[in-house]
Design a protein around this ligand. Structure first.
Ligand code: DX5
Ligand code: ZN
Length: 220
């Protein structure tokens, strides 16, 4: 029953002054994906990194770059993020006028597609696209900042997506993002999440022992 859990550390909690080294360390510590939080100061009240940074860190690992775009409007930047080295490109439906068109733009770049739901966004917006995408990201905090408290009420959405995809035999990653720690990660995987994003827990727990923290999240 239990599928292998993938860990996608968010570099938002890393030291941006030595990003390359941080990514090498995450690779060595056993990360499955590298989660890159892209924020525009408009869709969310914070600013992070652009495609040029992704291009520069791309050579430090062969691991999957799991790029979470919190930018609006999103379409005009997809090609740049794809060419910079994203492997999975995840967007928020609120950031596009046409979800299908955004999916097609990402696919045309040869990349995997993710759709992200903020805590208050209903799964209805993604239901009709589940067989066309590779990943659903359920946000368990309001997007914008690391270090926030996990919102357990979003687990019902994880369960619902899991139920639908199982019934329809759709193979998809169900990723959960925000406030994941050693206490709540099990409830997330039991609900059906198979990819755990974590910033603070991976970089700050156990004196920043990345390997230990990744293993603890994976095995909980
Ligand atoms: C929030 C981001 C998350 C966040 C995770 O907008 O999408 O990826 O940085 O960090 P923690 O695990 O600290 O909540
Ligand atoms: Zn994220």
């Amino acid at each position: 029953m239990s599928e292998a859990v993938k860990i996608s550390p968010s570099i938002l909690s890393s030291n941006f002054g030595k990003l390359g080294d941080e990514i090498v360390a995450l690779d060595k510590a056993g990360a499955d994906y590298i989660h890159v939080d892209v924020m525009d100061g408009h869709f969310v009240p914070n600013l992070t990194i652009g495609p040029e940074v992704i291009k520069n860190i791309r050579s430090y690992t062969k691991k999957v770059f799991d790029v979470h775009l919190m930018i609006s409007p999103v379409d005009k930047y997809i090609s740049e993020y794809a060419k910079a080295g994203a492997d999975i490109i995840t967007f928020h439906p609120e950031a596009t006028e046409n979800t299908q068109k955004t999916i097609d733009l990402i696919k045309n770049e040869g990349k995997k597609v993710g759709i992200s739901l903020k805590p208050k966004t209903s799964i209805d917006v993604v239901k009709n696209f589940l067989n066309k995408i590779d990943l659903v990201l359920i946000m368990s905090v309001e997007p914008g900042f690391s270090g926030q408290k996990f919102m357990p009420e979003v687990l019902s959405k994880v369960k619902e997506i899991k139920k639908i995809t199982k019934e329809k035999n759709i193979k998809i990653d169900i990723e959960i993002d925000g406030g994941i720690n050693f206490e709540n990660c099990k409830t997330a995987t039991e609900a059906g999440a198979n990819v755990l994003v974590s910033g603070s827990t991976i970089f700050k727990s156990n004196n920043g022992n990345l390997k230990k923290n990744i293993e603890l999240l994976r095995s909980s």
